[in-house]
Design a binder for this molecule. Structure first.
Ligand code: FES
Length: 175
């Protein structure tokens, strides 16, 4: 009599396949219909469109511009980096904007044009303004939110339309 043996790895694979099959079979037509009725969650926040054309016209590498977005409680900075950057807009794709609330404990960030970074004076976190606000070093653990900008080549208009990350201290960027 032939005795079939199954290796440990084979046993685990078999177990996984069986579990997957059981999982599929367990879904009845009624359950599938019920799942289809559950609406997909709407995760798009109603960000305001804010015209920043005047700031984009005024910003230079030596003169950052300050504004608030998406509301008055959220200070931001617009920078002209002098080279194309992720999320950069304008003729040179080098105009970017960020929240200036540190993602660690909300201290206001300072821009260092020499290094292209946003620096926190409280606990010394540093964020790379040339790399989408990526955290370089410090007590923060997440990037600083970047303001999503749109640029109209025909008119030169620049608008803020959203943010890439959660603002410090909030459960939602749009209150
Ligand atoms: S608040 Fe910025 S590093 Fe702590």
């Amino acid at each position: 009599m032939h005795k079939q043996t199954v290796s440990r790895r084979g046993f685990l694979k078999l177990g996984g396949a069986t579990a997957a099959t059981v999982g599929l079979v367990a879904v009845t037509p009624q359950m599938a219909a019920a799942q289809e009725e559950v609406a997909a969650p709407n995760v798009a926040l109603p960000y305001p469109d804010v015209d920043l054309t005047d700031l984009a016209t005024a910003v230079t590498s030596e003169a950052p511009q300050y504004f608030s977005y998406p509301d008055d409680s959220s200070p931001c900075i617009m920078l002209k980096l002098g080279k194309p950057a992720p999320g950069g807009v304008g003729p040179d794709q080098d105009i970017v904007a960020y929240s200036v609330m540190c993602t660690h404990q909300g201290c206001p960030l300072n821009y260092d044009a020499q290094t292209g970074t946003l620096k926190c004076p409280c606990h010394y976190s540093i964020f790379d303004a040339e790399l989408g606000g990526k955290m370089v070093i410090g007590s923060a653990t997440v990037p600083v939110p970047q303001v999503e900008l749109e640029y109209d080549e025909a008119t030169g208009a620049v608008r803020a339309t959203g943010l890439t990350g959660l603002l410090y201290g909030r459960v939602s960027n749009v209150l």
